[in-house]
Every structure is written in C-alpha cells, then in structure tokens.
Design a protein around this ligand. Structure first.
Ligand code: 4AD
Ligand code: MG
Length: 465
C-alpha cells in the first residue's frame, strides 16, 4: 500500500479537501451493499461517528473482500468525496485496502447489534467496541482530564497517596489484605495467629479505602492538594452504585471550613458537568437517545441551579413527616439509605442537596464536632438518581479533642501515629471531601449500573477481565 497520511476518523469527518487521497484505519461496524458496490461503516474509536468507505467490488474482487465483516480491522487508502447519503458529510472511495484482521461472523460475539448491557458485561474484553461503551470510556477520559484541569487552574497540587497502607482511614470499611506470605502455610506466632512480622512489610497491610489521611499530610504542607486514584472496599454490597475497586478524587484544603468545603464541592461538580456538556456533546447525545431522554436536561439543571443546603436534623424531619413508606425506617440517628436521600432530592426539593451536621455516631472519628456535642461538621452531596456522590467534612484539628474522639470509639491509633502528629506540629483548620468518580460517571452518562461506567468492574465474584 502507498504510504499516505493517516487521519483519525474524528479528523477525517471534518476534512473538505475533496478529491485528495487519505488513509484511515479502523474496525468495521457494518457492511452492506450489492453485487457492484460495498458500503463499510468504519469506526476507530476517536468518535462515536463512523466514516463510510465505498468499495468497488469488481476492483478488489469478492474473494479478497470476504473477510470484511463486522468486527474486522482494515487499513484503507481512498479518495475523500462529498457524501451523497443522508447524515454524513464525507466518505471515502477506497483505492487500496489491507485487511489487518478478520472477525469470523459465526463466532464474533458482537456480530449482531442490540445486546443487553448485562450480556455485554460478560464480554468486557470486547464491549469497548460498542457505540455505548466507546461513548462512556471517551467520557471517562474527558472527565479525568477536567478534574486535573479544574484543580490545576486553581493551584491545587496532585498529591500521590499510597495504595498499600497499614491504616484503615475510615475506621469502618472492610479491607482487602495485601500479603506476600504463603497462605497455605503462614508463619504463626506463639499464640497461633498469623505472624505478620514475617510478611513483606513486617506488618499487616491492606489496600487503601481512601487517600484522605495521607492527603491531609499534604494539605498541611502544600496548602491545597487533591488525590485521584483507585480505592478498594471489600464490603459485600452488590448494588448498582457500589464497586469493590473505584476511583476517588479527594481534595484537602488548609484553612477551609465546612462552608468553604461545600462551596468547593458545588463549584467542582458544576464545572465537571458543564465540561461534559461542552466537550462530550456527541457522546452525550448518543447516550441520551439510547438510554435516557432527559439526560441533557438533567445535566443543565444541575449546572444552573443552586444546591439546597440542609442539616441532617431538618432532613430527617422532612422524611418523617413525608408520610412516604420507606423500606428502611427513618429516625434521628439512622444512617440514611439511598432511598431516603433520593426522596429528598427527587421528590421533595427536586434539586441536588448538600446535607450537613450528621450525628457523630454515624460518621468518622476525624470529623470536627459541633458545639451541640451531638453532631459533626460533615457534608454529603446528594444527587438525583445517584444518592450520595460526595462525602466530606471539616476535620478535627485540635489534638486533645481528636484523642477524645478516638478514645470514645476505642480506636487503635498505633497505625496512624503519624496522622496524629499533624495535630501536634503546626496544626491548622482544614476540610476536604471525596468524590466517587464512577458515581460522577453514572450521572453524566445517564447509565444506571456502576458496572457500566468502568472498563473492568470489580464486584463480588467478578474479577474475570
Ligand atoms: O463517603 P466516603 O466513604 O468518604 C471518604 O472516603 C472520605 N475519606 C472522603 C474525604 O473526606 N476525603 O466516600 C466518598 C465517596 C462517596 O460519596 C461515593 O461517591 C464514593 O466515594 N464511594 C463509592 N463509589 C463506588 N463504590 C463504592 N463502594 C463507594 N464507596 C464510596
Ligand atoms: Mg460517605
């Protein structure tokens, strides 16, 4: 084949130098046509749109063209021409074709269109080639970039916190242990327990559930930081909103109080959703058409409207007085379920809600207590269709008060001695939050199952791909 400049299909569709020869490469989405001419819809992942390749059958020979079926990968030189067909501006009249790889129609799982999302989860190695997952994974990229851009533009520093830790940041979540010991024959202590002093790190370690505690160390030096990395929770919660491995963004800011924290969270979410509307137009339009007609409207609405700010106490009152029958009971002190959160957001206020001042018993040890002695300066952002999308708080920065909190819950502070030292040396008021990246992706794509917004979901009994 002649060596000529390759254009990504996203670029080729914008060209207007008709008559010139260009090169495109990609995977065949469909092939149709008749005895004389073949029409191939080619996609290379750069855009949701395909480019049409027009092939003169006689020129290439039917036998040669046979492997060009759905899923095959081809390399095409051809003349750029203005398209006759509806819905496309340019097409390519093939002059040379190379077949990189066929895809036997009798065994290729994506030969037919219209598979269910459940089925596509079972072929996670191939689903990125569908329109739906192409759109979602391109958007994941754009949202990741927007997150870095948001913080970089505001002089926050990306701070890398460890994946393997010896502490449990939340004091609650179940963790995955990390070990290099031979599990079939581990060394034992005199008491018969596993002797982790002989393990790789000389102690028991696990995958992190959150980068927050280490992030706070960064904030106490660099002022404003954020983390953006994978986090792991071994809870057996098989819901459409939980993953065992998910990505979290955790900004932490020195001198911020809980109101600053809420302002940052609201501005951040609005920026990200606005970014999606602006930069992911084609993919959002496709997803809206296929799955969720109100998607664009819902995204605009969140960008344009102020979030409601509401205390937990007031929220519980509204829920108690609603007369609505919930599966889980509501009372002051209850850990709110997603059905409660969604009632407030979708039925009562019809807007995102930032709920604050939760009972201290249902929140983490590091949160700053209010003067009432009962509640803490926590804030959760609750979204339509999702429930909790962000969780955060102002932190307890006073050493003695923090020690009181940990003693009250009989927490072992040995593994976090370094965290406590921040309160001894130059302590400062500070606040931060965690945004679940896949919860954000659920919202901006309009998908309803969190397994469908991450390329390789990790959930109970699922780590195949
Ligand atoms: O509310 P969480 O547990 O808060 C923290 O981890 C704090 N350390 C954050 C901080 O203050 N820096 O988790 C934060 C967010 C949740 O609001 C939710 O969006 C997401 O992380 N999340 C999950 N997403 C997917 N699967 C799971 N199992 C999740 N658990 C939490
Ligand atoms: Mg939370």
């Amino acid at each position: 084949m002649k060596q000529i400049k390759r254009f990504k299909i996203s670029e080729a569709l914008q060209l207007n130098n008709f008559g010139e020869e260009i090169n495109v490469k990609g995977w065949v989405r469909t092939r149709r046509g008749n005895k004389n001419v073949g029409f191939v819809a080619l996609n290379d992942g750069s855009t949701i749109h395909n480019i049409q390749i027009v092939i003169n059958i006689e020129q290439f020979g039917e036998e040669f063209l046979k492997p060009i079926t759905t899923g095959a990968c081809i390399n095409v030189n051809g003349k750029l021409v203005e398209s006759q067909g509806k819905g496309q501006t340019v097409e390519i009249q093939a002059t040379e074709v190379e077949i990189y790889g066929g895809a036997d129609p009798t065994t290729y799982p994506l030969q037919k269109k219209g598979h269910s999302l459940e089925f596509l989860r079972e072929i996670a190695h191939l689903r990125p080639r569908t329109n739906t997952f192409g759109a979602i994974f391109r958007m994941r990229h754009h949202m990741s970039y927007a997150i870095h851009k948001y913080f970089n533009d505001r002089e926050f520093f990306y701070f890398h916190t460890p994946i393997i830790t010896a502490s449990d940041a939340e004091g609650a979540g179940s963790m995955f242990e990390v070990t290099a010991l031979d599990l079939s024959n581990p060394p034992k202590t005199k008491e018969g327990k596993i002797d982790f002093s002989e393990d790789f790190f000389g102690k028991q370690t696990n995958l992190t559930v959150s980068g927050q505690l280490e992030g706070e160390l960064g904030a106490m030096a660099l002022g404003a930081i954020y983390t953006f990395g994978p986090t792991f929770r071994a809870e057996n919660s098989n819901t459409p909103r939980h993953l065992a491995e998910f990505w979290m963004i955790e900004p932490e800011v020195a001198f911020n109080d809980n109101v600053d924290n809420m302002n940052l969270a609201e501005d951040f979410l609005k920026y990200l959703i606005g970014y999606a509307l602006e930069h992911c137009k084609d993919d959002i339009e496709f997803l809206a058409k296929m799955y969720d007609e109100e998607l664009v409207e819902r995204l605009r609405f969140v960008v344009d409207n102020e979030f409601v700010r509401l205390t937990y106490t007031d929220g519980v009152k509204i829920l108690e007085e609603s007369g609505h029958k919930f599966e889980f009971p509501v009372y002051w002190g209850a850990d709110l379920q997603s059905e409660h959160e969604r009632y407030l957001v979708e039925k009562h206020f019809k807007r995102p809600v930032i709920m604050t001042d939760y009972p201290k018993e249902i929140k983490s040890f590091y949160m700053k207590h209010n003067e009432d002695g009962k509640t803490v300066r926590a804030m959760d952002v609750l979204f339509p269709k999702i429930g909790e999308i962000i969780g955060g708080s102002e932190r307890e920065s006073d050493y003695d008060k923090l020690m009181d909190h940990v003693k009250a819950i009989k927490m072992n502070t040995d593994p976090i001695w370094w965290y406590l030292e921040t309160r001894k040396f130059g302590t400062a008021p500070h606040a931060g939050f965690g945004l679940g990246f896949e919860r954000l992706m659920l919202f901006v794509t309009g998908m309803t199952n969190i397994r469908d917004v991450i390329p390789f979901p990790r959930t109970p009994n699922n780590a195949d791909f």
